[in-house]
Design a protein. Sequence first.
Length: 153
Amino acid sequence: MTAHAKTKADHSAAIRTVMAMIQTPVNTVFDAQKCPVRDVFAHIGDKWASLILQTLGYQPHRFGELKRAIPDISQAMLTGTLRSLQRDGLVHRQVFPTQPPSVEYRLSELGESLLGPVATLVVWTAEHHGRIREARASYDAENPPVKKKVAAV
């Protein structure tokens, strides 16, 4: 059995559920603000959130430790993403009464429940990255960027 067939078989129930959700007619006007997929994916679907979740899945970290574990994230982006994950109930922030105060971040129970799906996506990405890069290169070779004409001033 190939890895692709195994992955398909492992997720067939979830795929059927999603397909049923898509095919079910909605008797109301679509409201993007109330769409659970868009609402949650907007927070956990970016690269920084998934990296932070995976890092905290290994063990709790202080802010500086997270910054060192993900060196290409800016301090502002790390702060904002942690706040977003905390607001969603995925990360717990604990302040210790030291001088100066120290703060530790850890996954909440809800955040821990997300580790499996995120890890599955990370593994899938690693396994298929070469194929995706080849597809991009092929597409780019067949579809060169169109240069915009600049009007004379």
